[in-house]
Design a protein around this ligand. Structure first.
Ligand code: CU
Length: 118
């Protein structure tokens, strides 16, 4: 394979993944709009309740028992989530009740905002 076709292949693959991502997020927004017609708050600002089960600071991950995450169309469950910044894990400990906002970042469900529940 020469340099030109390698470059072409790289561009095609990048374009394909961009399109796939765009379609995926569009579908998600469409479903959200249908499920919450008339809901004015942006989905990302909607906080979900969670309870901290495990913290893995080195990996930047947290295990939460969470309520329904409406903007991701996800039912309540216990799962491992990434955090946008590892420093977010300093604010909480196992057993804490939290409120958080999650979104899909590069295909992984990621906590973009988290605070201790009052
Ligand atoms: Cu989940």
């Amino acid at each position: 394979m020469n340099a030109f076709s390698k470059l072409t292949l790289a561009i095609v693959m990048t374009a394909a993944s961009t399109v796939a991502f765009a379609q995926d997020s569009h579908a998600g927004h469409g479903a959200h709009g249908a499920a919450h017609a008339g809901h004015e708050a942006p989905a990302a600002a909607e906080l979900t309740d969670g309870e901290v089960k495990k913290i893995d600071k080195e990996a930047g991950k947290i295990t939460l028992r969470h309520g329904e995450i409406r903007n991701l169309d996800m039912a309540a469950m216990t799962m491992v989530l990434r955090v946008k910044e590892a420093s977010m894990l300093d604010q909480v400990k196992v057993g804490d009740k939290v409120k958080f906002a999650a979104d899909r970042v590069n295909g992984a469900v990621t906590i973009v905002q988290m605070q201790k529940a009052q």
